[in-house]
Design a protein around this ligand. Structure first.
Ligand SMILES: NC(=O)c1ccc[n+]([C@@H]2O[C@H](COP(=O)([O-])OP(=O)(O)OC[C@H]3O[C@@H](n4cnc5c(N)ncnc54)[C@H](OP(=O)(O)O)[C@@H]3O)[C@@H](O)[C@H]2O)c1
Length: 206
């Protein structure tokens, strides 16, 4: 699959490495332009190319967004229409207002994109190091949220390929339950352990 990645930092760079390693073609972008990504692309090999954010959005069937949340208004909304957009971001700034999940805030700026919240709960170093094959006892799970079952299945398959189980928390609005402050945030839990931890909290938990 061709996967666009907007944001080449801790999370975007780590996902580029893992997904290229799993055999996907990754098209990666940052704020400074494709030339600035020459080193990363060379390191990742033939499966990686650099582009502008609009180029990465246009190239990918799935487009991962991993940028500082406050920059979401700069995303290439037109090019993201028709794409599965994976929102890995966390709103530490409060700029999203707090009533909606931060993924709903982002989704509202990109009509025609199908947004799935994923990877926001896991530290990039754990993402890089803690993946294990399917069926491994105690395998860590990554929670996801979204309104489109097919898009969630696509994202879940990618997560499995790079070493993690998936816990589906529900709709994009339910994504609030896996934002900072959640018992599922930045902890190494299995799918069943995430379910148990979230069951102990109210649906409005943040
Ligand atoms: N760090 C973690 O472990 C972690 C875990 C889960 C979720 N997150 C979330 O993931 C997001 C990214 O975090 P990070 O730690 O990966 O950040 P980071 O290392 O600072 O990287 C941010 C990336 O976003 C790019 N960027 C900034 N503005 C952009 C724009 N307008 N268009 C395109 N690219 C842009 C930057 O490009 P330049 O380098 O060119 O400036 C950089 O490549 C944040 O929302 C964070 O809350 C982080």
């Amino acid at each position: 699959m061709r996967i666009g990645i907007i944001g080449s930092g801790n999370i975007g760079g780590t996902l580029a490495r893992l997904l290229a390693g799993a055999g996907h073609d990754v098209v990666i972008a940052n704020s400074r332009g494709p030339e600035s990504l020459a080193g990363l692309v060379a390191e990742l090999g033939d499966r990686a190319t650099a582009a502008t954010p609009a180029g990465a959005a246009a190239a990918g069937e799935v487009v991962i967004v991993a940028i500082p949340f406050t920059k979401y208004t700069e995303l290439p909304a037109t090019a993201l229409a028709g794409r599965i957009v994976v929102d890995a971001n966390n709103d530490w700034s409060g700029a999203g207002g707090g009533e909606l999940s931060s993924s709903e805030v982002i989704a509202a700026t990109m009509p025609g994109a199908v947004v799935v919240k994923a990877f926001n709960t896991i530290h990039y170093a754990h993402l890089r190091e803690q993946g294990t094959p399917a069926g491994t006892p105690g395998r860590r799970a990554i929670p996801i949220a979204g309104d489109d079952a097919a898009a969630k299945a696509t994202v879940a398959a990618l997560i499995d390929e790079i070493g993690f189980d998936v816990y589906d928390v529900g709709s994009l609005a339910d994504g609030r339950r896996i934002e900072p402050g959640s018992p599922a945030f930045n902890v190494g839990l299995t799918r069943d352990e995430i379910a148990a931890a979230l069951a102990r909290t109210s649906p409005g938990n943040r």
